[in-house]
Design a protein around this ligand. Sequence first.
Ligand code: CMC
Length: 428
Amino acid sequence: MSGKAILDYDGKKVELDAVIGTENEVGLDITKLRAQTGLITLDPGFANTGSCKSDITFINGEKGILRYRGYAIEELAEKSSFLETAYLVLYGYLPSQKELNEFDAGIADEAELHTSMKSHFEGFPDQAPPMAILSSMLNTLACYNPELLTTTYEGEAFDTAVAKIMSKVRTIAAWSYRASRGKSYMAPSPSVSYCGNFLHMMFSRPFDLYEIKPEVEKAIDLFFLLHTDHEQNCSTSTVRIAGSSHVNLFTSVAAGVGALWGPLHGGANAAVIAMLENIHKNGIKLSDYVDAAKDKTNDTKLMGFGHRVYKNFDPRARILKTQVDNVLRALKIDDPLLNIARELEEVALSDEYFIERNLYPNVDFYSGILLKAIGIPVNMFTVMFAIGRMPGWIANWREMLSHNQRISRPRQIYTGENLRPYVPVVKR
Ligand code: CMC
């Protein structure tokens, strides 16, 4: 299939080629528009702009479909693991057992941090947000690996960078939590799984090892898997944009951490818990809260609802909702916030405002309750998102370089003053 669109502006006609994806999404190629006509397109927030062609993740927001490399998220959630899915997203295919074992072993080998990195953690004040520590420490890590400060996106050097980042991000995350609580650092254990090791470094105490419950380990693995990639979201676009200047992978993903931190993006998982706790503690009527979220004269939003792309259920939210039930039952936890979330969802989904705007629960609506149930502190929720998203960021950085993309440099429509003469300070 192919096609063309005609743009007619001020009596001048230009033909724009249609680019059609494997799922029949159509984009109009405007790369030559400015050279041919002097025109640019204007799309603040990039809601209608395809910034790249990508083979990694497919989303159909109208139908609530999410696939990594062609595999349905529901099937991966049921049958795969985070590390296998990370491999799939990074390298484009499901690994053989041998490849998976090597990938796993490479990551396990890289869990330790250089001993002098400890002093960097100590430089942060008490209560420093773990997202700030994570972003800084990823850049710090780059300093310990000068040979990897390149744009190499294949071969041994790339595989080493992947293993280092994916492994050490867990250690940095757990240690940033311990630093923020004034606790001693727990060295990684060589004998536990990827997720088990994270739990161990978070919660073990000297001479008192944390008991890694299989249902908790499985829940974390699923949480990471569901966050592995999500096409051109804010943080992934940030990673691509930073990387397009040919800065190294460590710095590019550190930039992604910064973008993820905001409450409209990854920070929403913590904001959902704050919202549910506020409703619970203050006995706010759910219909009153929903009314406040609809009222444009205040800043209240229904956190964990709405999505730029999904105009239907976020498939990750569906999976997490079931998982939350299972985990709470297995851990014998009765969290009143879960009931509030369920009822709030019901109230919102039957409200005309939310129906008209196609606002549904997104991944963050139930993920916070899951993380809370397994003992993850709220200020670590977005860090957990970052650990899960790391393979997606790396895969997008790699793809961007392999496509030999030009440096990202959007245009603008200038709306400021026209040329005016400088007025000396004494005359102003
Ligand atoms: N509560 C109340 N109204 C909302 C909400 C919400 N959560 N989300 C969107 N709306 C309204 C919005 O005000 C607008 O109304 P109107 O048409 O009257 O101006 C309409 O729905 C369309 O929304 P939008 O502003 O075009 O949406 P967007 O694509 O610019 O923003 C969003 C998407 C996710 C930032 C937004 O829905 C939001 O702020 N949600 C709450 C924060 C949240 O849960 N973020 C996590 C996103 S999923 C995971 C991730 O990407 O990190």
